[in-house]
Design a protein around this ligand. Structure first.
Ligand code: SAM
Length: 348
């Protein structure tokens, strides 16, 4: 045994355990409005923060001490402040780097532990809809900042000839749309176009409909409970899959249906988690996060459906290209990327 390696590994585990505990702290800080109440960047005492948020002073102090130890807040003379950069990540839902919604996704991993233990001892299946509901709103809140930041400015412009169609009036399908965050961003950006959001999870479609109504977009977005293989083939100019193809049991069947449902010169926009093609490429901080979440969420979701291909959240471009080739598409390319996403374009 190499004692130095053991010490290094114990150091890593303590850091990771602290990270796990801190994300539970982020979860409550987000829910209780503690970060938002510190978003002005001014120093506060625990007493003042407790008053602002209507929380228990002693527990707020303990929470602040953990935040300070983690470097999430600064402390001096018994007071605490949330720096502007941390506020962007943890307090401001409109910032492009807001990640606090991810705490709800992580919470679902723990809350659904017994179901995953049963799936691992059985057929591996756990359907999207059988997770704790915090996964559904967590997914919306975690992904929406990226859609707001990149979809109109980078991802759609990276596709061949799509923006001009959207500007003059296109028909768009958002498949596996969840709560419709991406559909709403696109509908706001392109008022001449018509949007259809489909997801097989009926409660998510209910929420998506209410989001469309709240944003005054109900006349241009139709949300319907449909699988990726049975939505109406309207000859769409654009069919999008945002972070959902790998959750499907039959991605080839979904791509084949998209092929049939597209206009002759239509485009598929496929947004998937960033990944290289081999395991060695994905042994990274982002890769470990996606593989771990995929064990609980994405892979069991796929295994719960017909075919059960189980692509996983780290499928990579080459495997995704094979899916689209098998479905009949002749053109497939990486149009753009971010540290978290691959942006892929498929055409007939
Ligand atoms: C990770 S979520 C992404 C949701 C949404 N696209 C977003 O970016 O916020 C995956 C979604 O795929 C949906 N889904 C999984 N399999 C599906 C299928 N076969 N047909 C339609 N939707 C499916 C789930 O219900 C879930 O809403």
């Amino acid at each position: 045994m190499d004692e130095a390696k053991l010490h290094a590994f114990m150091g890593q585990l303590v850091t990771d355990m602290g990270g796990g505990a801190m994300w539970a702290s982020v979860l409550i800080g987000d829910e209780l409005g503690l970060y938002r109440a510190m978003a002005d960047g001014e120093f506060v005492t625990a007493e003042e923060l407790a008053q602002r948020t209507n929380c228990n002073r002693r527990l707020v102090l303990e929470w602040l001490c953990a935040q300070a130890a983690a470097g999430y807040v600064e402390t001096a003379g018994g007071r605490f402040r949330l720096p502007e950069e941390q506020a962007m990540a943890l307090a401001n839902e409109h910032s492009p780097v807001y990640v606090a919604g991810g705490a709800q996704v992580l919470a679902s991993l723990f809350l659904d532990k017994d179901k995953i233990v049963a799936a691992m001892r059985g057929d591996g299946a756990l359907s999207w809809g059988d997770h704790h509901p915090c996964l559904f709103s967590g997914t919306e809140r975690f992904f929406r900042p990226g859609y707001r930041a990149f979809l109109l400015t980078e991802w759609l412009p990276s596709l061949e000839g799509v923006v001009s169609k959207l500007e003059s009036g296109a028909t768009v399908a958002d498949v596996g749309c969840g709560h419709g965050a991406s559909t709403i961003v696109m509908a706001e950006g392109y008022p001449a176009s018509r949007f259809f959001g489909f997801d097989y999870h009926a409660p998510s479609i209910e929420v998506a409909r209410s989001r469309a109504a709240e944003n005054g977009l109900a006349d241009r977005i139709t949300f319907e409970t449909r699988t990726a293989k049975d939505y109406p083939a309207l000859g769409y100019d654009l069919i999008c899959f945002f972070d959902c193809l790998h959750d499907m049991g039959d991605p080839v069947g979904a791509a084949r249906h998209a092929y049939d449902a597209l206009a002759p010169d239509g485009t598929v926009l496929l947004v998937e988690p960033f990944a290289g093609d081999g395991l060695e490429d994905n042994l990274t901080p982002v890769g470990r996060m996606f593989y771990a979440a995929s064990t609980f969420i994405c892979t069991p979701s796929s295994l719960s459906q017909e075919v059960g291909l189980g692509l996983g959240a780290q499928a990579g471009e080459a495997r995704l290209r094979d899916v689209f080739k098998e479905a009949g598409f002749t053109r497939f390319r990486r149009a753009s990327e971010t540290p978290f996403n691959l942006i892929l374009e498929a055409k007939k």
